[in-house]
Write a protein that binds this ligand. Structure first.
Ligand code: SF4
Length: 348
């Protein structure tokens, strides 16, 4: 007999049902949940207050931990990037980003990405598949094992478009924020999207104060169409309407993520339009200087980046420039996995 489930992501109700079917006392369900969500223990062998036979049954009933750390790349600034292998051979990444005050984990939601933004390594090989809630949570557990505790913040900005995998992402979010589970404040969690309009409305319906990071990257549909392929690209007007709905429902300012690409979206006029859009929609702007993953796009010069920043700041007071973390070789989103695929000759 098997439950066809993993322990990361299991709910207390599911555990109660399983424990009852095993004929064990009901408090065992709580003990197991405490091991997983309070002490980050997912290996039944390490659940020391359970009798040996129950530990054995759990090992038979549940799949083994769903990810294996294949590679851990440390950048000079103490950022660590983990390449994780899934049970079917697919690979994903998670990144651990420390600052003096806090630790942030950046998690993936899909193996590959169907959106295919032209500047992004993650989308280059297309979508392999959605991650299950257990796999998303396993990234968190794998990072916490290395860090020694849960992170202070989580950003879903790794590989994939999370709002195209809402069922699994939302289950993972329930476990991460639930008081009976990991219990993190939704305010410490950022969900990023390339602008999947139905997904933004679904996220708003959860009624939680997650931060929504909207990867706008362009101030009009014409420029945006040169960056993001048509199939999953929504009109900017619809995206901004959904963002307004999100802000009004969740009570959180939305962040416009804007990757600066030389000669594409980095003119002073773009800076002005972006800043005015942010003011109109009560949004913050986060500028990201492109970290080249292909020769299709170039990073603007430092001078152009500074000029863009100053122009935007002269109009909008909520503008930041994201400094590169985990810079250097294979550090941009998706590059570690893509490099592996290319090395293995499996790039489709
Ligand atoms: S930027 Fe995000 S949405 Fe676009 S291809 Fe990369 S992972 Fe997908």
């Amino acid at each position: 007999m098997t439950t066809n489930k993993y322990l990361p992501g299991i709910t207390r109700d599911e555990l109660k049902t399983i424990i009852k079917e095993l004929g064990e006392p009901s408090y065992r369900a709580n003990q197991i949940a405490e091991h997983i969500y309070r002490h980050r223990v997912t290996d039944p062998d390490k659940m020391s207050n359970l009798p040996q036979n129950l530990r054995g049954k759990l090992k038979e009933l549940f799949f083994p931990f769903p990810v294996a750390v294949e590679e851990c790349i440390a950048a000079g600034d103490q950022t660590q990037k983990l390449l994780l292998k899934l049970h079917d051979g697919n690979q994903i990444e998670m990144v651990m980003i420390p600052t003096a005050e806090r630790m942030t984990f950046c998690l993936s939601t899909q193996a590959g990405c169907p959106v295919g933004c032209r500047f992004c390594a993650s989308g280059a090989a297309g979508l392999a598949r959605n991650l299950s809630a257990a796999e998303i949570l396993a990234e968190l557990f794998a990072g916490a094992e290395i860090h020694g505790s849960w992170p202070d913040n989580i950003v879903f900005m790794g590989i994939g478009e999370g709002l195209l995998n809402t069922g699994n992402l939302f289950h993972a979010l329930e476990i991460i924020t639930g008081h009976d589970y990991i219990g993190m404040s939704p305010r410490r969690i950022t969900v990023s999207t390339s602008g999947i309009v139905p997904g933004i409305y679904k996220l708003a319906e959860l009624g939680k104060e997650f931060t929504l990071a909207l990867s706008l990257h362009a101030v009009n549909d014409e420029i945006r169409s040169s960056i993001i392929p048509d199939k999953l690209r929504y009109p900017i007007a619809e995206i901004l309407q959904a963002a307004d709905f999100y802000r009004n429902t969740a009570g959180r300012m939305v962040t416009f993520e804007y990757t600066l690409l030389a000669g594409v979206n980095d003119s002073p006029q773009d800076a002005e339009t972006l800043a005015r859009l942010a003011n109109k929609h009560h949004a913050k702007i986060n500028l990201i200087a492109y970290n080249p993953t292909s020769d299709k796009f170039k990073r603007p010069t430092d001078k152009v980046i500074e000029q863009f920043l100053h122009k935007a700041e002269s109009i909008c007071r909520n503008v930041t420039l994201r400094r590169e973390r985990g810079g250097g070789k294979k550090a941009a989103c998706g590059q570690l996995r893509l490099g592996k695929i290319q090395n293995d000759g499996n790039l489709s």
